[in-house]
Design a binder for this molecule. Structure first.
Ligand code: SF4
Length: 387
């Protein structure tokens, strides 16, 4: 059987200038590894036009909040051309009823675990409409077929996964729920073997938080120091208190860490469900401790949480500028399936309940009435943060 795995963009790219994309999407390598002997054709819409009438027996598309509308468009076209379509991913898991309208079958949760059963059912003419939830019970299932990607199509870093899940449970985040509030780590030996086989000396650990399981990650990094690698990842700021972790990170080639600070306001942090509430000086001290090991820190902030005002967000911009932080700001987005979405829905302040189905909606657009400022004010602050 010939199976197309399709990575979709947020909308049809206006041009493709032939430049490589930043990174291949690892979830498709996981699906491919669970596809047995079937032929896999991988399409990356950042690099190529998805054919409207491809020679495929089946297509699989992964959907996240940013590409919902366009993915449904592609799924509808493929099905009209006679190619059965399977949809999965975070958005499908959070809003399954909606996705079933655009698919022959959907997969909830970790799709690769249900993929062999689904392919078998399809071949035998008994495809079900819904599969899942796919639950990750063992790191033995975390396997990848990197050969579906052409290395020349990608630049910068190659993705590797060590652990899935996060030890926190922030109100606005779907990662904890998708991973059923648990962390699954791969065996260190398996990860090392995989890195040895990869051609790239630059790795991006796609983990939601590389410090999710401290003892395990210290063991991994201790084994990486002979590899002459450069690597980066997402990390929670509490790792800055772990001197051994930072030593091992630096010795194994870590050059950059992406850290969600989220807010300078303690009330916001409490509402988010952050376990450690730290003040401005503690944030600066933690970042400095990481920088002292030669590691760059890029911070992320969310603007528009309940206790944010126009002035407090301006003050956050000033804090970032004064302290020369590398920072990116995001407007708060109530993701379906989160506690935040439920809370804002009950408050009746979400202006477009299914904003992801609006073809004009894009990252940064404010979709709710902030509690202490107008939509326009928050939108302006977001635009200002991008300058
Ligand atoms: S720390 Fe990050 S990944 Fe973990 S639940 Fe919070 S926002 Fe999500």
């Amino acid at each position: 059987m010939k199976i197309g795995l399709i990575y979709t963009t947020t909308k049809e790219p206006e041009s493709r200038d032939g430049s490589p994309a930043i990174m291949p999407p690892l979830s498709f390598a996981a699906l491919a590894a669970h596809s047995g002997d079937h032929d896999i054709v991988f399409f990356d819409e950042r690099l190529e036009v998805i054919p409207e009438n491809p020679d495929l027996d089946l297509a699989g598309i992964t959907i996240n909040i940013m590409n919902v509308y366009h993915s449904y468009q592609i799924a509808d076209k493929l099905r009209a051309a006679g190619v059965p379509v399977i949809l999965g991913g975070y958005h499908v898991t959070m809003v399954p009823e909606e996705a079933t309208e655009h698919a022959d079958a959907i997969v909830i949760g970790h799709a690769e675990l249900l993929w062999p059963e689904l392919l078998n059912d399809f071949e035998n003419g008994r495809l079900k409409k819904v599969y899942g939830p796919g639950t990750l019970n063992s790191s033995d299932d975390m396997v990848y077929r990197h050969d579906i990607f052409k290395p020349e199509n990608y630049k910068i870093a190659y993705p590797v996964e060590f652990a899935r899940g996060c030890k926190f449970s922030c109100e606005f985040c779907t990662i904890c729920r998708f991973n059923e509030y648990k962390i699954t780590c791969r065996r260190v030996e398996e990860v090392i073997k995989e890195i040895e086989l990869l051609k790239s000396k630059e790795i991006f650990f796609v983990d939601d938080n590389i410090y999710a399981a401290p003892a395990r990650v210290r063991k991994l990094l201790g084994n990486l120091s002979d590899f002459d690698l450069s690597w980066s990842s997402y990390m929670s700021l509490d790792a800055a208190n772990d001197k051994r972790m930072l030593e091992l990170a630096a010795a194994s080639g870590c050059y950059m860490l992406f850290i969600g600070i989220e807010s300078l306001n303690e009330e916001n942090l409490k509402l988010m469900g952050k376990k450690s509430i730290i003040n401005r000086q503690q944030i600066l001290d933690s970042i400095k401790r990481i920088n002292d090991y030669g590691i760059i820190v890029k911070t992320f902030f969310i603007i528009g949480y309940d206790y944010d005002t126009y002035d407090s967000i301006r003050d956050t911009f000033d804090f970032v500028r004064r302290n020369d932080l590398l920072a990116e700001f995001f407007t708060l987005l109530p993701l379906p399936g989160t506690r935040l979405y439920e809370r804002y829905d009950k408050l009746g302040i979400i202006n477009k309940k299914k904003y992801w189905l609006d073809p004009e909606w894009k990252s940064g657009d404010v979709v709710y009435e902030p509690l202490s400022m107008s939509v326009e004010q928050l939108q302006l602050l977001y635009e200002e943060s991008k300058k």
